[in-house]
Design a protein around this ligand. Structure first.
Ligand code: XUL
Length: 522
């Protein structure tokens, strides 16, 4: 029993959460927002500005600087980091970091020099492509052709070749910057990079996040020779051997002992992707309950006993950190789209909630929209596509209640449409992420899915998943025990489908299905 630290390196912030397994409590949460705390990186939303809207890269040093800020903030709050028994964490998926010196071969971090100045000379590429990048369609097509078609890649890796996935990004790097690729000794994911920085050595990629690379052979949990060959020459030598997510990958580096007061030898458990980590934090590691995460992107995910795949080609299969597999469908137009509609119709967030709950009705009086304000991954749209159908005011973004309801109904209906391949319709959904505090959004999800909605008392399920994974690895507790104590549904949130509401969506469901099928997806 003791204290465990979970970290979550997400698109816009780095968060920490500490649990106490003896008391069954979350002791503290802390977060560093990149835009606000580190304006010198000129990445207000966590990525660098670029004239090409398809290109989305971040500076890996931003995450290193945020780590120092976050640990300093914990210490400033009076938290004694020497009481932490183990650390684990998660990060935004798919993003990749390129090093010309493996962290394992770099000199030990020196406490006298800021960490960013020690990591900078190790990088062979100053920026890291992240999950929002959609600039690798040509590489996806090349990898697909080399493997003999979509079906072959899906069978091996659990997903088609996908623009934001790491393999196509690596291929693009090799094609466009062959000398820098040649000079690269190590390629790692954001999750394993953060673990590597903490340990001062090269921490391996785990099966949960590794499955989001188009390189891992799912069933074997090993790099696929065929996918490595189709991606870039000499790639195998640049990757660490992937490991199960429960692996102890190292001990906290002496730098963090001297500077922030960790106990020497504090174990670090493999970091994973934010979605696999949320599966743990939401108490959903067993098949049967589905999770909806409402964040910068919206995701729908669930544990899976067998890695069956999406015939439509949009869904993915990743490793479940608790063993086995999980499925995931990701929608880029999550908060980005909700916030854009709220901005256009001038609604504050509380007014957006009221507009849904008391100023509009299920089915939205026939007003509907396609909600793709930024390029979308599910369905695959390389350009934004916003189409409104209904009253003149609705079409002009001049009917705030209908426009607010319209974007959320569209998101819920598309989530339902694109997750049908998972199997049985869920009767209960666990919802997390910033927007899960909005009861209007929760009510629409309940009505569209005709399901009971639960939220947890905590909203950062990814950081909680990190802390739980650290505890599980050290204490050997079962996932079910940990979930029962920490992934606790909020007793104040029990949202059921309103009577007749689901039927109000039947016509709209059919309309969306034909609209989505008719989209000219690439
Ligand atoms: C999942 C995905 C996103 C990122 C966001 O495939 O791309 O959910 O993990 O952090």
């Amino acid at each position: 029993m003791g204290l465990y630290l979970g970290l979550d390196c997400s698109t816009q912030s780095l968060s920490a959460l500490v649990i106490d397994t003896e008391r069954g409590q979350v002791l503290l949460e802390e977060s560093v927002n990149y835009g606000q705390a580190l304006p010198e990186f000129q990445a207000p939303y966590g990525f660098l500005a670029h004239p090409d809207p398809k290109l989305k890269h971040a500076d890996p040093l931003l995450w290193v600087a945020a780590l120092e800020r976050l640990l300093a903030a914990l210490v400033a709050r009076g938290f004694d980091l020497s009481t932490v028994r183990a650390v684990s964490g998660a990060a935004q998926q798919h993003g990749s970091v390129y090093l010309k010196t493996r962290i394992a071969d770099a000199p030990p971090w020196s406490p006298g020099t800021p960490l960013v100045d020690q990591v900078r000379p190790l990088l062979s590429r100053p920026s890291a492509p992240i999950w929002l990048d959609s600039s690798t369609s040509a590489e996806c097509a090349e990898i697909t052709a080399a493997l003999g078609g979509h079906a072959q890649i899906v069978e091996l890796s659990g997903s088609r070749a996908i623009e934001r996935f790491t393999g196509p990004q690596i291929r693009k790097f090799w094609k466009t910057e062959p000398a820098a690729y040649q000079a690269t000794r190590e390629i790692t994911l954001v999750s394993a990079f953060m673990a590597s920085v903490l340990c001062g050595t090269s921490a391996p990629i785990d099966h949960g996040d590794g499955a989001g690379m188009n390189l891992l052979e799912l069933r074997r949990g090993a790099w696929s020779p065929a996918l490595l060959d189709a991606t870039a020459p000499g790639l195998a030598a640049k990757l660490c051997t992937p490991v199960p997510s429960t692996t102890l990958v190292g001990e906290i580096a002496p730098y963090f002992v001297t500077k922030f007061g960790f106990a020497a030898g504090t174990p670090v458990v493999a970091f994973t992707g934010d979605n696999p980590s949320s599966l743990v934090g939401m108490g959903a590691t067993e098949p049967g309950s589905a999770v909806i995460s409402l964040g910068t992107s919206d995701t729908v995910f669930a544990a899976m006993a067998e890695p069956h795949t999406d015939p439509g080609g949009f869904g993915h299969v990743f490793g479940n950190p608790a063993g086995g597999f999980m499925c995931l469908i990701c929608f880029a137009n999550g908060s980005l789209a909700r916030e854009e509609v709220a901005r256009r119709v001038g609604l504050s967030w509380p007014a957006f909630e009221r507009a849904i709950l008391s100023e509009s009705l299920p089915g939205n009086s026939g007003n509907s929209m396609l909600p793709y304000f930024v390029p979308e991954m599910t369905p695959k749209l390389l350009e934004p596509r916003v189409e409104l159908e209904g009253s003149a005011a609705f079409r002009a973004f001049a009917d705030p209640p209908a426009n607010a309801r319209g974007v959320v109904e569209a998101q819920a209906l598309t989530m339902q449409h694109h997750s049908a391949w998972i199997g049985a319709r869920p009767t209960s959904l666990r919802v997390t992420g910033g927007a899960s505090k909005n009861r209007g959004i929760l009510q629409i999800l309940a009505d569209v899915f005709d399901a009971r909605i639960q939220t947890l008392t905590l909203s950062n399920s990814s950081a909680l998943g990190g802390a739980l994974r650290a505890a599980q690895a050290v204490e050997g507790s079962t996932w079910a025990e940990l979930a029962a104590r920490f992934a606790v549904p909020d007793p104040n949130v029990r949202i059921l489908s309103a009577r007749g509401a689901s039927a109000a969506y039947d016509a709209l469901r059919a309309k969306f299905a034909s609209k989505l099928q008719a989209l000219p997806t690439q």
